[in-house]
Design a protein. Structure first.
Length: 154
């Protein structure tokens, strides 16, 4: 004899009712949570001194987080490497990131905007995969470039 697809459930319910038992409550639905966002949080800006010792570059991601495979922006402040941390006016900032273990860099070229007072915003950064990234933060002042080095592990 052929049974309808719901027959086993019906027979179980009838057997429980005949024995005076109650059917167990349905299992709760599993909680749905958003996947953790890949990247690293920043609570404080990082500071790097240029190789020639002339400038100090303080940098932090906008929003306090460097994501993996998502565009992000940096706030960069350029000062002289002196006791007063004198802001450097009129310089340009270039940021380049590389993955030396993989032999490649970013897939996008970020752009920098001089906000005045030594402050710059670098837009369009994209670190497309997790791993070790080196960073070259360069400042161009009066036609002379100075570069500071840093790195992050995503």
């Amino acid at each position: 004899m052929r049974h309808a697809p719901f027959a086993p459930a019906l027979y179980s319910a009838l057997a429980l009712a005949a024995c005076g038992g109650e059917a167990p409550p349905p299992a709760p639905a599993p909680a749905v949570t958003a996947p953790a966002r890949a990247g690293i949080p920043f609570s404080e800006p990082r500071v790097a001194v240029t190789r020639d010792g002339l400038y100090r570059l303080s940098w932090a991601p906008v929003g306090g987080f460097v994501p993996v495979n998502e565009h992000f922006e940096l706030e960069v402040t350029v000062t002289k490497n002196d006791a007063a941390a004198t802001p450097v006016e009129g310089g340009a900032v270039v940021v380049d990131c590389q993955m030396p273990d993989h032999g490649h860099g970013m897939l996008r070229e970020p752009r920098s905007e001089d906000l005045g007072g030594g402050k710059h915003k670098v837009r369009g950064l994209l670190l497309h995969m997790g791993g070790h990234w080196t960073m070259a933060l360069s400042v161009l002042v009066d036609g002379v470039a100075s570069t500071a080095d840093d790195s992050i592990d995503l």
